[in-house]
Each structure stands twice: as structure tokens, then as C-alpha cells.
Design a binder for this molecule. Structure first.
Ligand SMILES: Nc1ncnc2c1ncn2[C@@H]1O[C@H](COP(=O)(O)OP(=O)(O)OP(=O)(O)O)[C@@H](O)[C@H]1O
Ligand SMILES: [Mg+2]
Length: 333
């Protein structure tokens, strides 16, 4: 196990800078999720830790040692990719054993390690099968197995679940979390899925165009987003953004008022709005409204609450303590 430290880490491809100085201290055994929209630099950041991309400026340390110039093989990491690309002609056993064979481990040790990982991943009865004879979830587990048998100090995951259907993704998410807890291996996990980030992370790093907008525990980031970007990216449905004039007591410099859908409620008095459409999801209903000032918002009602019909004119209220304000640069104020 090991710590991972990034110091002012930067990356340019030619003249284009894509990572603009990232600082991060990953604790031993910690599960860090790197989350952000497509193209924000998540994979590039992970690949620099893996040694698959050169570092333009700054430093990557693993276990306190600078590794900028070491080869991926020397870094004691194992990576699980999105298209986990198992060898189709090899059995599950051979797929999992391959890395150890290349590393020249003795046969008895390879057999022991593969069986140990197979047991952990409930793949023992599939060891003789080929990848095409497995379900998507089982293949994903083999990809995990390949990483586990190496007993690395650090796991690096790049969107490992995005090829799976929604139900399987939830199941595998749980399995990865439990596995990581049991093994206690320091992990960096890249995803664009904020639910995955919320559920997996000890701490998450929310990336916005090559910068870390915020680093923190999931619920802390959810409750206290430092930028409008983070406020809008973490949470589904996203936070409502209204003109700050809708609050009579907005702080100086405020441009936008942010309120989460679960913090808005229907009331006798308050801001007038028209219901545009409603989405009944079973346990809750999302009510989409348009306010007078041309702003729109979504209200999350639990199943027990009253749901106005489409076209109805309603009044919205919220607690002053649930409001967030952002300036014209998108910073909290
Ligand atoms: N080899 C490369 N050469 C030039 N530009 C690159 C290269 N690799 C990535 N980029 C650019 O760097 C930026 C970050 O890419 P990166 O793959 O890290 O994004 P990402 O956050 O992983 O996105 P996604 O969620 O789509 O996988 C993008 O604008 C991308 O076009
Ligand atoms: Mg990527």
C-alpha cells in the first residue's frame, strides 16, 4: 500500500495545456474518485500517475518517491480500463495469470494468487472458460482479477463500469467498493458519473477544464460546493440556478442564487411559477416549473407530497439557510 502525491501537476499536448496544476495528497488506503465532464482531463491525469503519459511539469510521487521518470512496470500500480480487453483465446485463469507469467513469477505462486483472487471475485467456477462464455459483469470481474493478482500498491480505474448496463453497474459499483475496503489498496477511480463518485469515494476531486474545482468528501462537496460548476455537476437533478435578485438579501457581487430541488417546496405564498411538466418516478416526483422572470426550476417531491398538475400556477418557497450564492465568475459568495 502507498500514498500518492501530485504536486502542481501539469500536462500539455503540443501547445495545448489540458491539466493546469493539480495538487492532491492521497492517503494510504484511500479511495479517491476523479469526476468531471468529458474532456476535462480525468484520463490524462490518471495516465500520468500510471506512467502512460509524460509529465509536462510538476511531480507525481508514489509512496513518497518521485516517479516522473519511471516506467509503468516500475510503479507498482495496476490499472483497470473501460474496455478491459481480455485476451479472447485465453481462459479466465490464463487472462488473470498473464501479468504474473510475464513478470516471471514461479508457477506455484501464480496458481495460488489466481485462485485467491478468483475466490474473492466469485470466479472460481469460471476459470476454464473463455471471455466470450462470460456475462459482462463476469468479464469485468476478470479484469479486476488481473489487477488484484499483481498485489499492487495502487489501483487505477478509468471508467471501468461504463460498458455495463445500468443494473449491473450498480451491482459492480458495490462489489468494487467492498473489494477495495477489504484489500485496503489506495485507489484512484475516474468517472464522469456523479452518482458513482458520490457512492464510491472517500474523497472526490471535481475537475473542470483541467483544474480541480474542489476536493472533499462526497457529502461535504454536495452540501458545500465551492463553485457554481461543482454545484451544478454534483447532484441529480442538478441544483436550480435563479437570478440573485430573487433573494432580497443577496450578498454584494452575487449574480446567481442556487437551491437544490429537494429544498424547494410548494407554499401558499412565495415566488409564482407555472408547472410545465411532471415526472412521476415512483418514490418521488420531479416537478418542472417556469418562474415569472424566465427562470426555470425543478422541485423534488416525495411520493407522499402533493403534486400539482401540469399548467397549474403554484407558489414556491425555501429556507434562507438552503440558499447558495455565486458571483459572475461562478465562485461562492
Ligand atoms: N494524445 C493526445 N493528444 C492531444 N490531445 C489530447 C490527447 N489526449 C487527450 N487530449 C485532449 O486532452 C483533453 C483531456 O482529455 P482526457 O482524455 O483526459 O479527458 P477525459 O476527462 O478523460 O474525458 P472522457 O470523459 O471523455 O474520457 C481533451 O481535450 C483531449 O482532446
Ligand atoms: Mg477519459
Amino acid at each position: 500500500m502507498a500514498t500518492v502525491t501530485l504536486k502542481e501537476l501539469k500536462k500539455s499536448f503540443g501547445k495545448t495545456q489540458v491539466i493546469h496544476g493539480i495538487d492532491l495528497e492521497v492517503l494510504d488506503g484511500e479511495f479517491i474518485v476523479i469526476v468531471g465532464p468529458s474532456g476535462c482531463g480525468k484520463s490524462t491525469l490518471l495516465r500520468m500517475v500510471a506512467g502512460l503519459e509524460t509529465v509536462t511539469d510538476g511531480e507525481v510521487q508514489i509512496g513518497g518517491e518521485r516517479v516522473n521518470d519511471s516506467e509503468p512496470m516500475e510503479r507498482d500500480i495496476a490499472m483497470v480500463f473501460q474496455n478491459y480487453a481480455l485476451y479472447p483465446h485465453m481462459t479466465v485463469f490464463d487472462n488473470m495469470a498473464y501479468g504474473l507469467k510475464i513478470a516471471g513469477k514461479p508457477k506455484a505462486e501464480i496458481v495460488e494468487r489466481v485462485h485467491e483472487a478468483a475466490k474473492l471475485l466469485q470466479l472460481e467456477s469460471y476459470l476454464k472458460r473463455r471471455p466470450r462464455e462470460l456475462s459482462g459483469g463476469q468479464r469485468q470481474r476478470v479484469a479486476m482479477g488481473r489487477a488484484i493478482v499483481r498485489k499492487p500498491s495502487v489501483f487505477l480505474f478509468d471508467e471501468p463500469l461504463s460498458n455495463l448496463d445500468a443494473k449491473l453497474r450498480v451491482q459492480m459499483r458495490l462489489e468494487i467498493k467492498q473489494l477495495q475496503r477489504r484489500l485496503g489498496v489506495t485507489s484512484l477511480y475516474v468517472t464522469h458519473d456523479q452518482v458513482e463518485a458520490m457512492t464510491l469515494a472517500d474523497r472526490m476531486i471535481v475537475m473542470n477544464a483541467g483544474k480541480a474545482d474542489q476536493i472533499g468528501a462526497p457529502l461535504e462537496v454536495y452540501a458545500n460546493p465551492q463553485t457554481q460548476f461543482v454545484a451544478g455537476f454534483i447532484g441529480s437533478p442538478p441544483m436550480n440556478f435563479l437570478p440573485s435578485e430573487m433573494a432580497n438579501d443577496a450578498p454584494g457581487g452575487a449574480k446567481t442564487l442556487g437551491i437544490r430541488p429537494e429544498h424547494m417546496r410548494f407554499a401558499r405564498t412565495g415566488k409564482e411559477a407555472t408547472v410545465i411538466y411532471t415526472e412521476a418516478l415512483g418514490a418521488e416526483t420531479l416537478v418542472h416549473v417556469e418562474l415569472k422572470q424566465g427562470a426555470s426550476a425543478t422541485i423534488r417531491q416525495n411520493a407522499a407530497g402533493p403534486v400539482p398538475s401540469e399548467g397549474a400556477v403554484v407558489h414556491l418557497d425555501w429556507d434562507a439557510g438552503d440558499r447558495l450564492f455565486f458571483d459572475s465568475q461562478g465562485r461562492r459568495c
